[in-house]
Design a protein around this ligand. Sequence first.
Ligand code: HEC
Ligand SMILES: [Cu+2]
Length: 339
Amino acid sequence: MAQNSGEARGWARRWAGGFWILGIWLTGCAAQSPSILAPVSPKGRAEAELFWFILLITAGVFVLVETLLLYAVFRFRARDPRAIPPQIHGNNALEISWTTATAVGLAVIFAMTWRTMAATSTPPADALPVKVIGHQWWWEFQYPTLGITTANELVIPVGRPIRASVTSADVIHSFWVPQLGGKMDAIPGRENAVWLQSDVEGVFYGQCAELCGISHANMRLRVRAVSEAEFQRWVEAQRAPAAQPVEPLAQQGYQVFMSKACVGCHAIAGTPAQGRVGPDLTHFGSRTTIAAGLLENTPENLARWLDNPPAVKPGALMPRLGLTPEEIQALVAYLLSLK
Ligand code: HEC
Ligand SMILES: [Cu+2]
């Protein structure tokens, strides 16, 4: 009896574990999650359609096989466990037919996959070019025809195709914005083209999809799709050189920035700072996040970041610079004035 109830508890625990995993899995379905099944671009839609098509075929195969299996289990089960079943050799007609059916099914999936790839792999000729450069652990975005360099937030005009040339400054990364279309590897020394587009305004989340080191999971990005008019305003603002600090605290922050190691790693257009190791900060104040989507861009979070970057983001390639609280406050005032 005691043994029995112990066994029952073991089962209960296993079931509970199963439900727990199911629960975690289902939280992935929350409306906010960047699912490939909620596409907003022509490429994303073509890929989602292919997914459903293949799922339909494979679900049909699953139901057919399981039905035949259950039928065989019950219809042909051994009624006398000691009896030896009739010894037969195969059935040629059956074997030929299921081999053919499988081959035809796979050929259809192959053809549909080929068709989708051919239709989506080449960006339209009038696409806006953007260079996407993966860095450990943040994203650089350059608009070569517009003369803009920014980081971690890609701003695009709604309904216009974007031709992203994806590459890397260090190790292999992978650029992925699930609702806008499939992944593209970011490989040092290579440029891989991928076509992006959003048919609706909104913010779409992305993530590095290739393990690239300790803060791989903290290497996020956002695509902000805005109206054509808002995009033009954004372009004008981004092309301007950095704002001159006017407030005394911000002016002090400018002095701190220009006298510290910051200038060796960061560029601020129109100032002596021309480093290219970290993100371009010319219009840092116009971005909504810090450190590749890790923190909202607020004064408190920026102060935390400047005090000790590796404590905020494990492995961050911006070192702790031993700034005093006064220096940090001045830098925060200056950096946030860079709209
Ligand atoms: C050795 C190079 C290096 C130095 C020196 C350095 N940084 Fe950085 N900085 C980086 C890197 C790399 C990142 C990106 C970190 C990440 O997101 O993983 C970064 C990120 C930042 C960011 C966030 C940018 C964004 O858009 O997310 C700010 C702000 C910043 N640094 C300010 C400063 C200031 C101010 C100084 C000087 C006090 C400084 N940095 C010194 C390399 C450096
Ligand atoms: Cu990565």
